[in-house]
Design a binder for this molecule. Structure first.
Ligand code: PLP
Length: 384
């Protein structure tokens, strides 16, 4: 008899047609312009190797002295990060995790029984489906709509709330739309959560990357009329996804905040997944974040200008590392672009955008690659 596996891992793991086409083109030696690269460590930024690696050899890491919320000195440095954003966060209200993704896993376990539901914006980052499957949680999408900028469709959001709904996830700013949740939208979200007894989960990994003049405000800033979990981490803040450090900041009225924290502490204690060297290094990585952030901010702004200058239509974005392009409606798919021009873009469908003319590009790809890519797309479109 063959081994049976859990239904929750019964994913369709076959390679998509698009991925297969790309792989085949690469194996034939075809040079491709990849406009989707979003791994900052391969995008030709200058990292201060000494400042990043030296703290990893601190001798304090030789002693195992686990703290289930994470090392206090590391949590204090995260509180300092929020203080820089004008938000007062108690280090004891923080739980360190190995990534934002692990933070989501903890929160889904904390808030949901099997079959419970979490509301999530659409379009958004596709990772959530797997995270939810692993915790037996069901995701219900609520739409963002585009009208000279992205907005939450509150009428639809409320229609999605049912007896099994436990929380609303807001990605602020959102990936890939770059939609930042304004104060009025935050107030309305909190009002909906209060009325339905829901928690708010806010993913702020791209908070430090505004593309417009105004800076985005962190949900860690009070007041907090609902139980609020703010997620972030080193992947984007310091461009160090390989260092595997993230966190959850818990806010809200004392009773539910403290209950949530003690349960989260127990979840974290079960795994104790944080390693000592990274926690010891965290204060220095955070202190040094501005050098890399400046390079990324200059790159994302310049790449966005380049896209606009190429004549392509780009949807309005507040912040982040990606841009949604609206190609002319002539039925050209990302697969056509790859096969005919050797340019890789993400289909909008990858993020839950059904419109085939919408494609997503990363704004952190090296500028000469982006410039060549978008100019070729623009010329290709004009040839029809
Ligand atoms: C919105 C969003 N949240 C979370 C993550 C994952 O971050 P981490 O590396 O901390 O798990 C990503 C990765 O791109 C992301 O786009």
């Amino acid at each position: 008899m063959s081994q049976r596996f859990s239904r929750r891992t019964g994913w369709d793991l076959r390679e998509s047609n698009f991925a297969e086409t790309i792989r085949r083109a690469r194996s034939e030696g075809r040079e491709l312009l990849d406009l989707t690269v979003s791994n900052p460590t391969v995008c030709r930024f200058i990292y201060d190797a000494e400042a990043i690696l030296a703290p990893l050899s601190d001798r304090r890491a030789l002693t195992y002295d686990p703290n289930s919320r994470g090392m206090l000195s590391a949590r204090e440095s995260v509180a300092g990060y929020y203080a820089d954003h004008g938000a007062s966060v108690d280090p004891d209200s923080l739980i360190l995790t190995t990534s934002t993704s692990e933070g989501y896993g903890y929160l889904f376990r904390l808030l949901c029984d099997a079959g419970d539901e979490i509301l999530i914006a659409q379009p958004s980052y596709p990772l959530f489906e797997f995270l939810a499957d692993l915790e037996d949680v069901r995701l219900r999408p609520y739409p963002l709509f585009y009208d000279h900028g992205w907005w939450i469709d509150f009428a639809e959001l409320e229609r999605e709330i049912g007896p099994k709904t436990r929380a609303i996830v807001v990605v602020h700013p959102n990936n890939p739309t770059g939609h930042g949740t304004g104060l009025e939208e935050r107030r309305r979200l909190e009002e909906v959560c209060v009325r339905h007894g829901l928690a708010l989960i806010v993913d702020e990994v791209f908070l430090d990357y505004p593309l417009q003049k105004h800076h985005l405000r962190s949900f860690a800033e009070g007041p907090h009329p609902v139980l609020t979990f703010v997620l972030s981490g080193m992947s984007k803040i310091a461009g160090l996804p390989q260092m595997k450090v993230g966190w959850i900041a818990v806010a809200g009225e004392d009773q539910s905040r403290l209950a949530a924290l003690s349960r989260l502490e127990m979840i974290a204690d079960t795994f104790l997944s944080m390693n000592a060297p990274a926690q010891i290094a965290l204060p220095q990585w955070l202190a040094n974040r501005f050098g890399l952030q400046k390079q990324i901010l200059e790159r994302t702004a310049a790449n966005l200008r380049e896209i606009t200058a190429s004549g392509l239509d780009v949807l309005k974005t507040d912040a982040g590392w990606s841009a949604v392009l609206r190609l002319p409606r002539i039925g050209i798919t990302p697969e056509d672009l790859m096969l005919r021009e050797g340019i890789i873009v993400h289909p909008g469908a990858f993020y839950g955008m059904p419109e085939i003319e919408r494609v997503v590009v990363s704004l952190i790809v090296p500028p000469e690659v982006l410039a060549r890519g978008v100019r070729s797309i623009a010329e290709f479109m004009l040839s029809f």
